[in-house]
Ligand binder design. Structure first.
Ligand code: APR
Length: 247
């Protein structure tokens, strides 16, 4: 794979790098994306499954769907794309800002991760906000009740119409403002406010690099667009970085 000379020059100079990732980086781990050809939202209605009103209308159906997704995710593992990002930590101050709730960056061992849309391995009580991790409910098909207050327990993911965790978003935004290079990996970049992260990076002088199998909403705004699979491009790019005399 030939990489843009300007990108290599930027990598030589850079200190801090942000990886802004979406469902596409987990596609090679066998996890469906949302909007691609076989995307979840082509088959299922997000308004019936991924919002609070739907949960209140039919908590068992929503819970069962998240148990189904958890089951798929726990039977997969991080791929070469997730792993390559951890290797970039050898030469750069790396921050992962992800829209994914699958915890695969965490399982790959990335040290600095901001989960803008939560984490499917966590749950909390909608009444008293007691937190539970997923292992408490492995075999539970119906929505479990909180042992402290009896309230219903939901996955700790951001549903449509809900605010992102403000502290996580502000810290991620700060990292975007400070970074030298922002990689945009496997996202359609259409969901806001998450999609402001690469725009904020650009507005603060960062070099934007997109890695995707197809053009997206943000392609016309990036400095370098690489068409390819994250699990193939990122290891190759790290191979190049590893040969640069970076300390
Ligand atoms: N490598 C790189 N990119 C890929 C790969 C791959 N192997 N496979 C698919 N892609 C790209 C697709 O071309 C698409 O642009 O990944 C992108 C996935 O886009 P979406 O399915 O829209 O997922 P994402 O951008 O993460 O969605 C954002 O929307 O549904 C909500 O909360 C959910 O976090 C999610 C948010």
């Amino acid at each position: 794979m030939d990489f843009d000379k300007e990108l290599i020059r930027k990598l030589k100079e850079a200190n801090s790098v942000v990886f802004f990732t979406g469902a596409g980086i987990s596609a090679e781990s066998g996890i469906s994306t949302f909007r691609g050809k076989d995307g979840l939202w082509n088959k299922l209605k997000p308004e019936e499954l991924a919002n609070f009103d739907a949960f209140m209308r039919n908590p068992d159906m929503v819970w069962e769907w998240y148990q189904y997704r958890r089951n798929i995710i726990s039977n997969t593992k991080p791929n070469a794309g997730h792993e390559a990002i951890t290797k970039f930590e050898k030469y750069f101050d790396v921050t992962v800002v992800t829209q994914n709730v699958d915890n695969l960056h965490g399982r790959a061992g990335s040290k600095s991760i901001y989960e803008l849309h939560g984490n499917i391995e966590r749950n909390f009580c909608i009444q008293c906000r007691t937190f539970y991790n997923k292992n408490n409910f492995n075999s539970t098909q119906n929505v479990p009740k909180c042992s402290s207050c009896g309230g219903m327990i939901r996955p700790d993911v951001v549903w449509f119409g809900e605010n992102l965790p403000q502290d996580v978003f502000s810290k991620a935004e700060q990292k975007a403002k400070e970074c030298d290079i922002c990689f945009i990996v496997g996202t359609s970049a259409v969901v806001y406010p998450a999609a402001y992260i690469p725009i904020t990076a650009k507005q603060n002088g960062a070099y934007l690099v997109e890695i995707n199998i197809e053009p997206t909403e943000i392609t016309t705004s990036v400095d370098c667009s690489i068409t390819g699979k994250a699990g193939e491009v990122l290891p190759e790019l790290f191979g190049i970085v590893n040969k640069l005399d970076k300390v």
